[in-house]
Design a protein around this ligand. Structure first.
Ligand code: F58
Length: 843
C-alpha cells in the first residue's frame, strides 16, 4: 500500500448504505435471529433446540457488538489517545450473553423477541458455558477491570491466552474426594470471539544469543511458534465504547516437518507442531503455589512477546519516534506472570531498535506498572536460571545486565548502587539481587517486576502496607516510598448487582427515582438508600427480595443435586478457592461444633435456635492434598449432619460442586452472611466479600484484606469481626513452634471437635489425621488461636438475626455504603494516578 489509495474503494454512498447500526426494535431483532438460524447455523425452525436458539441470538447480539467495536477502534485510531494494556494470564469472564444485553440496554427487547420465536430467555441463558480462563480472584478482577474500562470509556485493552481448556471441572466422588475433569469450553463454538487469522507474530524459544560489539545481541535458532489473535469484544455499560480483549492461540509456524514426513517418520513430523499447539492448551490450575514447569514459562513468554509485538506495531502506525513510547502506552502487569515484558521490551529496544541501554531502560521503567496480589512466600514466582538460560538465552543475559548495570543512572550498577547507599551490607545485596543463590540459582520475578516498573501497588490498604514493610521492604528503603502505592480492588456492579440480582436493582432504581444507568455508573449514589432504612414498606420489599433469591438458590440445588434446602433458615456462605490460609477448615470445624452443641441440647432448648444452612463451594488445586482433604471432611460431615433427625431442621450443610462465576451469581444474592476468615495478613484483598455486601449480605470475617475497608465503609456495627490481628501473627507462629501448648489445654472446644473427627464420627477418622495434624502441630494458620473468638462471632450473628427487622436495616446500610468498591473507582485510580490516560468517548 502506498497510503495514497482512495478510500473507500468504489462508490462511498454504496458503502455507507451497506453499513448497519445496532438493532433496537423487537422486529429487527427477531429478523436477525431467524437470519442466523437460517444462514450461520444452517438450521430451520422445526429442528431448533434451546442451544441452537441461544447460538442464533448470541450471533445476533455479536453483530451489534461488532458494530460498536469497529466504531470504537476507528475512533481510537483517529484520536490516537494514550492507551493502557492490562496483561493478565487469566481472565475469568463467566458468561457473556446476559451481560452484553444489559450493557447494550437490549435485555427487554431480546426477551420479547426470543419469546415471540417460542423460546424463553431463562432457558437460552442457561445454554452458555462459562469462559473460565482463570483460577480465582486475580482472574475475576481482570474481568471486572475490563468491564469498568469500557464503561468508563477508557482506551484499555486486555491481553491474555486463549486456553483450549479452562479451569478443570470439579466432580465429587462418593467418598467425598475431588476429581478433576477437563473443561472443553470451546466444543460448541464460541460466538463471542473473532478469530483474526491475519494478526500473527512469530515467537522464538531456545536457540543461542550472541553478544555483538555494540551492546546488542543476536538471538537465533531454536523453535519458532506462531501466535494467532482472537478478539473478544468487551462492551461498556450504556455507551458505544466497546473495548477489546485479545487472546493468543499458539500454532506451529510450519504445519509439519516435511523432511521427516517424506522419510516416512510421521510421528516426528508432527512432534514439533504438537509442541507448539501445547502452549495454549490448558490453564494451570495452581493457586498460590508456583510451578516451575517449562511449559508454564513458555506460556508466559509466548503471551508477553506476542502482546508486546502487537503494541509496538500499533504504536508504530502512529509514526512517532520510539522514545515517545511511554507517552502512548502504559502496561499493567497483573502479578509477576508477565514480568518477562521487562527484559522482552529491553530486547526489542536494544537489539531491534538499536537504542543504548540507558535510553531503553528509561522507556521500560516509564511504561510498565506492577500489581502484587500476594505476600505468601510460597506464591512468589522464581524461575530456575538453567531453565531460563535454556529457553530464553537472550532474556537471561538482559536480566544479568539489569542486575549489575541499571538503576537510576545508566552507568552505575544496580547492586553497586545498593552497595553505595548501604556500604558493607552484604546481606542486603544478597536479599535484593534479582538472582537468588542456591542450587539451582533462581530469578526472583517480584524483584525484577519491582525495579522495572514505574509504580508498584498492592490491592488493599493493609496488603499494600505489608508489601512495603515485608516482601519489598529493602526496595522501599532503596528507591523511596513514592513508587509504592495502593489501589484497593473493586467489582463491577453491572454483573454483581444488576445482572445477578435484577429485583434488587429494580427496587433501588424505583426508590431512588433514577434510571439504573445513573447509579450503576456512579455507585456512590447508593448512599441515597440510607433514608430508606427507616421506611417499613421498603424494608419489607428488601427482605422479600432476599427471600426470593434464597428460593432461587434452593431451586438450583434441588434441580442440580436433588436436595431440598430449608429456605426459612439463615443462609451462611463461604465460596472461594480451597486453601489453608482461607481457612475453610475453621468453618467446617465450627459447623461440627454447632452440631455437637445442638446434639447436647434438650428439645425445649432447640426450639429457641435459629435454623442455619451452610454452603461451601470452591476448587482445590489438583495436587493440594490438605485442601482436598478439607473438601472430603466437608462432604462427609454434611452427609452425617444432614441425615440426623435431631438436628436437621436446625443445621444443614451443602458442598456445591464445580464452583464457577455463574454459580456465584446464584449464591451471592441469596446469602444472609458470608465468611471471609483468612488468617490476618494472608488474604491480599478478597473481592467476593465486596460482592456479598453489595447484595445486602452481612460479613463475618477477620481483620484482613479489604474486609477492613468494608467495615470502615459500612460501619463496624454492621460486620462481625473476630480473630487475632496481623501484628500478632508472627509471634503466635513462633510460639507454636518453640513453645507448643496442646490443643486440649489451649482450646478445649476445638480439641473436642478434632477428637470427634478422629473417632470416626464422619467416616474413617484416620483419613483426616493429616489435616487434623496441621492444627495439632505447628498450626501455621492459627486455628487454635482464633477458634474461640470465631465461635463467639457466630453466636453474635445468631443473636443479631433474632431481630429480623434490625437485621434488614443492617443489610440496607451495608449495600448503601458499598459505593467505594465499584471497579469503576479502582480503574479510574489506575487511569489517573498510574497510566495517565483519559476517556475517549465514541460519539
Ligand atoms: C488473589 N490472588 C488474592 N491469585 O488472593 C486475593 O486476595 C485478591 O483479592 C485477588 O487476587 C485480586 O487481587 C489470586 O487469585 C491467583 O489465583 C494466582 C493464579 C496463578 C498462580 C498464583 C496464584
Amino acid at each position: 500500500a502506498t497510503g495514497k489509495e482512495k478510500w473507500p474503494r468504489g462508490d462511498e454512498k454504496v458503502w455507507k448504505e451497506g453499513l448497519r447500526g445496532v438493532d433496537t426494535d423487537v422486529t429487527s431483532i427477531t429478523k436477525s435471529i431467524v437470519n442466523h438460524v437460517q444462514t450461520s447455523l444452517a438450521r430451520q425452525a422445526y429442528n431448533l433446540d434451546d442451544l441452537g436458539a441461544y447460538q442464533a441470538a448470541a450471533l445476533s447480539v455479536r453483530d451489534d457488538l461488532i458494530v460498536n467495536w469497529n466504531e470504537t477502534q476507528l475512533h481510537y485510531s483517529r484520536k490516537e489517545p494514550k492507551r493502557a494494556y492490562y496483561l493478565s494470564l487469566e481472565f475469568l469472564m463467566g458468561r457473556t450473553f446476559d451481560n452484553a444485553l444489559l450493557n447494550l440496554g437490549l435485555k427487554e427487547q431480546y426477551r420479547d423477541g426470543v419469546k415471540a420465536l417460542g423460546f424463553s430467555m431463562e432457558d437460552l441463558l442457561e445454554q452458555e458455558r462459562d469462559a473460565a480462563l482463570g483460577n480465582g480472584g486475580l482472574g475475576r478482577l481482570a474481568a471486572c477491570y475490563l468491564d469498568s474500562s469500557a464503561s468508563q470509556e477508557l482506551p484499555v485493552w486486555g491481553y491474555g491466552l486463549r486456553y483450549k481448556y479452562g479451569i478443570f471441572q470439579q466432580l465429587i466422588s462418593p467418598e467425598g474426594q475431588q476429581l478433576e475433569a477437563p473443561d472443553p469450553w470451546l466444543d460448541n463454538q464460541n460466538p463471542w470471539e473473532l478469530p483474526r487469522l491475519d494478526v500473527t507474530y512469530d515467537v522464538r524459544f531456545y536457540g543461542t544469543a550472541e553478544r555483538l560489539e555494540d551492546g546488542r545481541a543476536s538471538w537465533h535458532g531454536g523453535q519458532e511458534v506462531l501466535a494467532v489473535a482472537y478478539d473478544v469484544m468487551v462492551p461498556g455499560c450504556y455507551t458505544k465504547n466497546t473495548n477489546n480483549l485479545r487472546l493468543w492461540e499458539s500454532k506451529p509456524k510450519r504445519g509439519f516437518d516435511l523432511n521427516s514426513f517424506n522419510a516416512g517418520d510421521y510421528e516426528h513430523a508432527i512432534e514439533s507442531s504438537n509442541s507448539a499447539a501445547a502452549i495454549t492448551s490448558v490453564l494451570y490450575p495452581n493457586d498460590h503455589t508456583t510451578c516451575k514447569l517449562e511449559l508454564r514459562l513458555k506460556q508466559q513468554y509466548f503471551w508477553t512477546a506476542a502482546s508486546l509485538a502487537d503494541m509496538i506495531r500499533r504504536f508504530k502506525n502512529i509514526g512517532k519516534p520510539i522514545s515517545e513510547f511511554p507517552d502512548y502506552v502504559a502496561i499493567q502487569l497483573n502479578d509477576t506472570h508477565p514480568t518477562l515484558a521487562i527484559p522482552e521490551l529491553m530486547r526489542i529496544l536494544i537489539d531491534d531498535e538499536e537504542l543504548p541501554w540507558g535510553a531503553a531502560w528509561q522507556i521500560v521503567t516509564n511504561t510498565i506498572f506492577y500489581t502484587n496480589h500476594t505476600v505468601l512466600p510460597e506464591a512468589l514466582e522464581k524461575w530456575p536460571v538453567p531453565l531460563m538460560e535454556h529457553l530464553l538465552p537472550r532474556h537471561m543475559q538482559i536480566i544479568y545486565d539489569i542486575n549489575l548495570y541499571v538503576f537510576k543512572s545508566p552507568i552505575s550498577f544496580f547492586l553497586q548502587a545498593v552497595e553505595k547507599k548501604f556500604p558493607g551490607d552484604r546481606d542486603r545485596l544478597a536479599r535484593m539481587s534479582l538472582i537468588e543463590e542456591g542450587f539451582p540459582k533462581q530469578v526472583r520475578m517480584a524483584h525484577l517486576a519491582c525495579i522495572g516498573s514505574r509504580k508498584v501497588n498492592g490491592v488493599a490498604e493493609l496488603h499494600s502496607e505489608l508489601v512495603r514493610t515485608t516482601i519489598l521492604k529493602d526496595f522501599v528503603e532503596f528507591e523511596g516510598l513514592s513508587k509504592f502505592s495502593n489501589v484497593t480492588n473493586g467489582i463491577t456492579p453491572r454483573r454483581w448487582l444488576d445482572q445477578c440480582n435484577p429485583e434488587l436493582a429494580a427496587l433501588i432504581s424505583k426508590s431512588l427515582k433514577v434510571d439504573k444507568s445513573v447509579w450503576l455508573k456512579d455507585l456512590e449514589k447508593l448512599k441515597d438508600l440510607l433514608p430508606f432504612v427507616e421506611d417499613k414498606a421498603f424494608r419489607e420489599e428488601w427482605a422479600a427480595i432476599k427471600q426470593r433469591n434464597k428460593e432461587r438458590l434452593a431451586h438450583h440445588v434441588q434441580t442440580t443435586l436433588g436436595l431440598t434446602v430449608n429456605t426459612n433458615a439463615m443462609f451462611d456462605v463461604q465460596i472461594k478457592r480451597l486453601h489453608e490460609y482461607k481457612r475453610q477448615t475453621l468453618n467446617i470445624l465450627g459447623v461440627i461444633h454447632r452440631y455437637l452443641t445442638l446434639k447436647a441440647m434438650s428439645a425445649e432448648e432447640r426450639k429457641k435456635v435459629n435454623p442455619r444452612v451452610v454452603f461451601f463451594a470452591g476448587k482445590a488445586a489438583p495436587a493440594y492434598f490438605i485442601a482436598k482433604l478439607t473438601i472430603r471432611l466437608i462432604v462427609n460431615a454434611a452427609r452425617v449432619i444432614n441425615a440426623d433427625p435431631d438436628t436437621r431442621d436446625l443445621l444443614t450443610v451443602y458442598f456445591l460442586p464445580d464452583y464457577s462465576v455463574s454459580l456465584a451469581e446464584v449464591l451471592i444474592p441469596a446469602s444472609d452472611i458470608s465468611q471471609h476468615i483468612s488468617t490476618a495478613g494472608t488474604e491480599a484483598s478478597g473481592t467476593s466479600n465486596m460482592k456479598f455486601c453489595l447484595n445486602g449480605g452481612l460479613l463475618v470475617g477477620t481483620v484482613d484484606g479489604a474486609n477492613i475497608e468494608i467495615a470502615e465503609a459500612v460501619g463496624e456495627s454492621n460486620v462481625f469481626f473476630f480473630g487475632h490481628l496481623t501484628p500478632a501473627v508472627e509471634d503466635l507462629r513462633y510460639q507454636h513452634i518453640y513453645h507448643p501448648v496442646p490443643v486440649e489445654e489451649k482450646c478445649p472446644a476445638l480439641a473436642k471437635v478434632l477428637n470427634t473427627v478422629s473417632e470416626g464420627r464422619f467416616g474413617d477418622g484416620g483419613v483426616y489425621e493429616p489435616l487434623l495434624n496441621t492444627i495439632r502441630q505447628g498450626d501455621h494458620y492459627l486455628l487454635t488461636d482464633d477458634f474461640d473468638s470465631y465461635i463467639g462471632a457466630l453466636a453474635m450473628v445468631d443473636q443479631a438475626y433474632l431481630d429480623k427487622d434490625e437485621w434488614v436495616k443492617k443489610s440496607i446500610r451495608t449495600t448503601a455504603n458499598m459505593g467505594k468498591f465499584s471497579s469503576d473507582r479502582a480503574i479510574l485510580e489506575y487511569a489517573e494516578s498510574f497510566w495517565n490516560i483519559e476517556p475517549a468517548k465514541v460519539p
